[in-house]
Ligand binder design. Structure first.
Ligand code: AMP
Ligand code: ZN
Length: 500
């Protein structure tokens, strides 16, 4: 099987195989979120692309060092090229209604980054090799700015330190944004520092003694520009040159363009060989926004109804996000989500069927391996071909069908099916959670115990012909959002999702 891993490279504008600096070892950085609020499903579409790259590389036996940051220091709501008087997203969040419950900005950052990690697990994103925080890398960022000043790539004004775009002729290569007019256009609404030498120059350090998050630097109290954080963390964990850098399409300019300028000016080497960008997610054909009422965080969908969510199986949400090709804008619809919920149900049934058959271990010849292994190869080939998730999904759903059409599974076929399910899960992460979801698991345990208790009581009531009590319990369970299925092995239950 061909082990070439091809991805569209924004830098060269073509689909190219990843050429690793060290054979068999992928060094990969993906831009993470600013933790000023709950991450939304669009953010997770971009994080999912990174996760799928990670999983695909592991599936072909590569070693992967995967770093993705947490931006826990605010950058500006407006264009971030330079504006020291623009509004900081984290400060803005603290001053909003939602921010009232936090004692200070540090608490706010900690809370939302904890929630981010919970959502990360809900959606079965693998744990990155390292998930560094910007606030924990301040000395490195200050050092990088000092070096840029020393080498003449940066200069200081009374408001901050700026990167001099004129000192880096390749500026604009990634985005194609080379026209002076375009660059000025992108800073048009921004209050300009009169001491700035060129409108294209962007901030490396902002002097601000009144900012809620500030550090002491050779230029006084202040905080770093947004772009420098990623350059520094990528170099700290992955080295001066890396194979791949990823993020959402909005990051191409200015964020990634600025990262390249800073990093390559610091080292004189190519910062990243391959650049991958995920197109944006829309909801029901519209831009996702709070004012349009079509804005969804992961929690809005996956938390149980009792906690304000819609009780959707998080892996069904993952499956929905996977249904679209990352290079095309993705239209998230509740119809697709409904279809994913059904696919997930079938997958769970297949898992149950296989685990029952493994236990029973009936004799007989394997009838599945010849059918399932080619389907896995098809899914893997699709992923290696520029992350063709729709094709990989189609192959996977065919495999699930094969398991059901195999009739009563003997032990050998069950082992083949289990191996296929495991490999498919390692590649796509949609069959079961790879690691336990730890967030509200205690609450989940209590909830499960409560449901089990009611079910035992219901069975006892029915056996004692106390149908009034049995009906009361059914209503109680229904109010808890629980659906009960009576099966020959006794009652089974699942959470009802509110979009059924
Ligand atoms: P932010 O917290 O805004 O820096 O965003 C974190 C990541 O999510 C970045 O890689 C963004 O490009 C990405 N992102 C933001 N909105 C969307 C969206 N609607 N669809 C896909 N990715 C997005
Ligand atoms: Zn970044």
């Amino acid at each position: 099987m061909n082990k070439e891993f091809k991805l569209f490279n924004t830098l060269t504008r073509s689909v190219e195989p990843l050429q690793l600096l060290e054979p068999g070892h992928l060094r990969f950085y993906s831009c993470g979120p600013t933790v000023y609020s709950y991450a939304h499903i669009g953010n997770f579409r971009s994080f999912l692309t990174a996760d799928l790259i990670y999983r695909t590389a592991l599936s072909i036996g590569w070693k992967v060092t995967y770093a993705t940051n947490i931006t826990d220091v605010g950058h500006l709501t407006d264009d971030d090229l330079m504006d020291p008087s623009g509004e900081d997203r984290m400060v803005h969040a603290l001053q909003s209604k939602e921010g009232e419950r936090f004692a200070n900005i540090w608490d706010l950052a900690r809370y939302y980054s904890d929630v981010l990690l919970e959502d990360w697990q809900h959606l079965n994103l693998l744990e990155p090799t390292v998930q560094p925080r910007a606030t924990e890398h301040m000395p490195e960022q200050i050092r990088a700015v000092e070096q840029l000043l020393a080498s003449g790539h940066a200069y200081e004004t009374s408001r901050g330190v700026y990167f001099s775009v004129a000192s880096f002729p390749a500026y604009g290569n990634l985005s194609g944004n080379t026209e002076a007019q375009d660059l000025e256009q992108s800073v048009r609404d921004v209050v300009v520092d009169p001491e700035k030498r060129d409108p294209r120059d962007f901030a490396l350090w902002k002097k601000d003694e009144s900012h809620l998050m500030q550090w002491f630097s050779p230029w006084g109290w202040g905080f770093p520009g947004w772009h420098i954080e990623c350059s520094v963390m990528s170099m700290t964990y992955l080295g001066e040159e890396i194979d791949l850098h990823a993020g959402g399409e909005d990051l191409i300019f200015p964020h990634h363009e600025c990262e390249i300028a800073q990093s390559e000016s610091l080292t004189g080497k190519q910062f990243a060989k391959h650049w991958v960008h995920t197109r944006f997610l829309q909801v029901e054909g519209d831009k996702m926004s709070k004012s349009r009422g079509n804005y969804y965080t992961v929690r809005d969908l996956v938390l149980p109804e009792s906690e304000g969510g819609k009780g959707i199986d998080p892996l069904a949400l993952r499956l929905t996000l996977l249904a679209g090709y990352y290079r095309k804008p993705f239209n998230f619809t509740f119809n697709t989500l409904r279809a994913s919920i059904r696919h997930r149900e079938r997958m769970k049934e297949a898992l149950d069927l296989v685990s029952g058959a493994l236990e029973a271990n009936c004799p007989g010849k394997d009838v599945l391996v010849g059918k399932l292994e080619p389907l896995f190869d098809r899914a893997l080939s699709a992923m290696l071909d520029n992350l063709n998730t729709p094709d990989a999904m189609a192959a996977t759903l065919e495999g699930v069908k094969e398991i059901f059409s195999a009739g009563r599974l003997n032990g050998a076929s069950a082992r083949a099916a289990q191996r296929w399910l495991d490999r498919t899960n390692a590649l796509l992460g949609i069959v079961y959670h790879d690691r336990e979801v730890v967030d509200s698991s205690e609450q989940e345990d209590t909830f499960a115990k409560q449901v089990e208790f009611l079910l035992v009581e219901r069975t006892a009531a029915r056996e004692g012909n106390n149908f009034v009590r049995a009906d009361e319990i059914r209503d109680e369970l229904s109010a808890l959002g629980v659906e009960v299925m009576d099966t020959p092995e006794g009652p089974k239950w699942k959470r009802r999702s509110t979009i059924d």
